[in-house]
Design a protein around this ligand. Structure first.
Ligand code: THU
Length: 162
């Protein structure tokens, strides 16, 4: 018998003052664009902003539906936008932020399980790590090296097609 151990290392920024300018721009834009979410049922407005390797920025926000399961998270809206509109350049970094009138919103949010799975698919598809900047309306920012870091034991395309 043996024991396994999984550890991740990530950077904790107490605010955006320790970020470089392009990361700061991404975080600011993710906070600003939470206002574009359509979230009348949860009042939980999420935005994910990608910086592509050519410097272009794209964002997606959560889009809810009266039939609740039909809603879609900001991260997957973003991936659909990027893969459709900018297929020739890859994502370098994604900043994710959220705002709510109902719950505390000044600490980092991590993507839900389905979004982690979708982000892992993107990393596997392009053999490229995607860096994450996770934050809330203000304050703390977690800088994570790769989506794989937050999905240990992830199910990947090569499990299915070799
Ligand atoms: N949501 C996201 O957009 N991303 C996540 O990673 C977590 C949850 C959205 C889905 C729903 O519209 C609202 O937040 C509350 O769950």
């Amino acid at each position: 018998m043996d024991k396994g151990k999984i550890e991740i290392t990530y950077i904790i920024h107490s605010d955006d003052s320790s970020l470089n300018n392009s990361d700061k721009e991404l975080v600011v834009k993710s906070r600003e664009t939470t206002s574009e979410a359509y979230a009348p049922y949860s009042s939980f407005r999420v935005s994910a902003v990608a910086r592509m390797e050519n410097g272009a920025l794209f964002h997606g926000t959560n889009q809810e539906n009266a039939s609740f399961p039909a809603g879609i998270c900001a991260e997957r809206v973003l991936l659909a936008v990027v893969s459709s509109v900018c297929p020739n350049y890859l994502i370098e970094t994604i900043a994710i932020s959220y705002a709510s009138n109902l719950v505390k919103d000044d600490y980092p949010l991590a993507p839900c399980g389905i979004c982690r799975q979708s982000l892992i698919e993107y990393e596997a598809r392009y053999t490229k790590r995607v860096r994450l900047l996770l934050t809330g309306r203000k304050g703390l920012i977690y800088e994570i090296n790769s989506v794989s870091d937050i999905l240990p034991f992830g199910f990947r395309p090569d499990n299915l097609i070799g």
